[in-house]
Every structure is written in structure tokens, then in C-alpha cells.
Design a protein around this ligand. Structure first.
Ligand SMILES: O=c1[nH]cnc2c1ncn2[C@H]1C[C@H](O)[C@@H](CO)O1
Ligand SMILES: [Zn+2]
Length: 360
């Protein structure tokens, strides 16, 4: 039985979907070193790419989201010119395609890339250009999500840009950054505006703060999806007989099929979960929540979508049907028109998994 479980090599060949990946959390270490040199950024902890890769992993293993976020100073620090943004986005598309990702939504906060004089529009256009270059001929489609930082006050402006660029590669909107102390309702005007505009958005919620954050994201702000959402587990009681009982919020999330953008390795690093084997994804999958599997930050977590899947296979014994279920869940939850989602599910994902299952 166990030898039939998907291997990392096989998983890499499966057509995968990634909904939660930060552009500034996925740079190649060598590119960071090049860009630091080219742009005169002198804050890197080391200029040796291998040592830098290790540094990011270790510095992100702090158990605190706030400390984890400090490592982004260095990636954001080198992403301040048009050339740097084009390169980083193009390489991101290349790396995802090389991992077998067929559809991705990659997010970043435009407001963090204007230190050297770029306008928000120039930032957005550079990233779109990079994704166009990196995706071409590689069997991947990449959309972007514009993120507003939750401790800042620019969400309305960023939301307006998400609407303005929605037909040319921007798929939606998000808020990110430290969660405790910065509730989603702080940005209610931006979310209400997006709803009036029939636009899509996800909210980082239920990662470093609990149920009130998830409740606000859904019931006040109207989020289409939840970034992480792991703390929904706090509204599920498992009694002595092992039978889970859902509270009202957990039941609502499941009944409404609200997608959970789960990022297991990232959660271990920020202390949102103790281990992969104890990660709430196991129970949430069993209860048929609309769970999706994501990377969050490939550099900080030293991971890929395939590696996240492989870790879950190891911890929970997931088979090809489970991995296909996560993938179809993600595709159903994408901020893409319904017929495009269906075309990818029926034309790419199901045939791709069928081939792998047949070979296994
Ligand atoms: O997991 C996360 N939670 C909250 N904020 C995050 C996470 N990963 C990255 N960020 C922040 C840091 C980045 O600079 C920003 C935009 O991508 O989003
Ligand atoms: Zn994130």
C-alpha cells in the first residue's frame, strides 16, 4: 500500500494550482545577491547565495509572525526598480512552471515597492510584464493579487488599482502583514468598495489571531477566501467519542464552501501549528472543508507546492485522489471566470492526474 503513495518526483509532474504565494517571498537567493549589487542595497546578512538561502529559512523559524515578516525587509529592499520587479516576476513564473504549477495567483504589496520613486502603476505594470515574459510557452497561467498592508492606510487606493487592472492580469485583492492588532474591519471601506465593483478578494485571517479575525473577514468584510484560516479549528470541538462538532462559524465556512488557503510549512515557522502531522489540515480535509494547499513564501519556507504535497502525503498517507481533490478545490476557488476554471479542471488537471494514477 505505502509504495503506491505519490513520490515527490511524481508529484512534481502533476498539474498543480497555487492560490497563496507571495512574490516577495519567493525570490531566488542568487537573484537577491545580484539585485542587491546592482541597486546598491547593502543590508543583506550575507552575499553568498547558499548561505543566504539558509539564513532566510532559519530566520523565519522564529515561531512568531512578526519576526517572520522582518525577513521581507531584504527581499522588498532589492525590489525597488522596474528591472528588478520584471526579473523577479519572470523568475517566479519560471520556477512555478518548473514545479508543475499550471495556474497561480501570486500576491505582493505595490505600496512596498515605491521607495526609489516608482509609482504604484509602474510597479503593477512591471510585475505584469515579468509574469508575461516568464509564463510564455511554459504551460502556466499566472494572475496577480494586489495586497494592501494591514498596518498601513492605503487599502482603498490599492483596491481601486485592483479594479482598474482587473482585465489585464490582476485577479483580485488581499490584505497581509501582522494580524494581531490590525483587524480586517480596519479596511472595511476597501472591501465594501470591492463588493460594489463585483471584484474578488481574499483576506489573511486566522493565522496569528483567532476566530474573531475569521469572523470579521467573512461576516463584515465579505471575503471570498481565507488566507490560512487555520484557527477555524478553534470552532471545532472533538469530544470523547472522537466525533467533531462544528460551531456556528466553522459550520458557516464549510457550508458556504469558503476556500481555506492553507500553507502548512509557513504555519510551523510562525507557530500557527505545532507540526505537519498535527496541522489542522488533516481534520479539515476529513470534514470536507474546501481546503487548498499552498506555499505562502517559497524562499522563507524553503518549499514548493510539490514539497508541501509530499509532506502531507508523508504525514497523512494522502493518495492521488486526495492530491487531485486539493487541486480541484484550488481551481474551483480561483479568481478566474467560471468557464476558464472548468476548462483547466477538465482539460488539464483531471487528465494530468489520470495519467499519473495510471502509471502508479
Ligand atoms: O503568512 C503571512 N501572513 C501575513 N503577512 C504575510 C505573510 N506572508 C507574507 N506576508 C506579508 C509580507 C510581504 O511583504 C507582504 C506582501 O507580499 O505580505
Ligand atoms: Zn501569506
Amino acid at each position: 500500500m505505502s509504495q503506491q503513495l505519490p513520490t515527490l518526483e511524481e508529484i512534481r509532474r502533476a498539474p498543480k494550482v497555487l492560490l497563496h504565494d507571495h512574490l516577495d517571498g519567493g525570490l531566488r537567493p542568487g537573484t537577491i545577491v545580484d539585485l542587491a549589487r546592482e541597486t546598491g542595497y547593502d543590508g543583506l546578512p550575507t552575499t553568498d547565495p547558499d548561505a543566504l538561502r539558509t539564513w532566510f529559512r532559519e530566520a523565519s523559524d522564529s515561531g512568531s509572525l512578526e519576526r517572520y515578516l522582518e525577513t521581507f525587509d531584504h527581499t522588498v529592499g532589492v525590489m525597488q526598480t522596474r528591472e528588478a520587479l520584471v526579473r523577479v516576476a519572470a523568475e517566479c513564473a519560471e520556477d512555478l512552471a518548473a514545479d508543475g504549477v499550471v495556474y497561480a495567483e501570486v500576491r505582493y504589496a505595490p505600496e512596498q515597492h515605491t521607495e526609489r520613486g516608482l509609482s504604484l502603476e509602474e510597479v503593477i505594470e512591471a510585475v505584469l510584464e515579468g509574469f508575461r515574459i516568464g509564463s510564455e510557452g511554459r504551460g502556466i497561467k499566472v494572475g496577480t493579487l494586489l495586497t494592501a498592508m494591514r498596518h498601513q492606510a492605503r487599502s482603498m487606493e490599492i483596491a481601486e488599482l485592483a479594479v482598474r487592472y482587473r482585465d489585464v492580469g490582476v485577479a483580485g485583492f488581499d490584505i497581509a502583514g501582522a494580524e494581531a492588532g490590525y483587524p480586517p474591519t480596519r479596511h472595511l471601506d476597501a472591501f465594501e468598495y470591492l463588493q460594489r465593483e463585483n471584484a474578488h478578494f481574499t483576506i489573511h485571517a486566522g493565522e496569528a489571531f483567532g476566530l474573531p479575525s475569521i469572523w470579521q473577514a467573512i461576516q463584515w468584510c465579505g471575503a471570498d477566501r481565507l488566507g490560512h484560516g487555520v484557527r477555524i479549528i478553534d470552532d471545532i470541538a472533538v469530544s470523547g467519542d472522537g466525533e467533531p462538532k462544528l460551531g456556528r462559524l466553522a459550520a458557516y465556512v464549510r457550508d458556504k464552501r469558503i476556500p481555506l488557503e492553507m500553507c502548512p510549512t509557513s504555519n510551523l515557522q510562525t507557530g500557527a501549528a505545532p507540526s505537519i502531522a498535527e496541522h489542522p489540515i488533516g481534520l479539515l480535509r476529513r470534514l470536507s472543508f474546501r481546503v487548498t494547499v499552498n506555499t505562502d513564501n517559497r524562499l522563507m519556507s524553503g518549499t514548493t507546492v510539490s514539497e508541501e504535497f509530499a509532506k502531507l502525503v508523508e504525514a497523512f498517507g494522502y493518495d492521488w485522489d486526495d492530491l487531485q481533490w486539493f487541486t480541484v478545490n484550488a481551481m474551483k476557488s480561483a479568481f478566474l471566470p467560471f468557464d476558464d476554471r472548468l476548462a483547466l479542471i477538465n482539460g488539464v488537471i483531471k487528465p494530468g492526474f489520470a495519467r499519473l494514477k495510471w502509471q502508479a
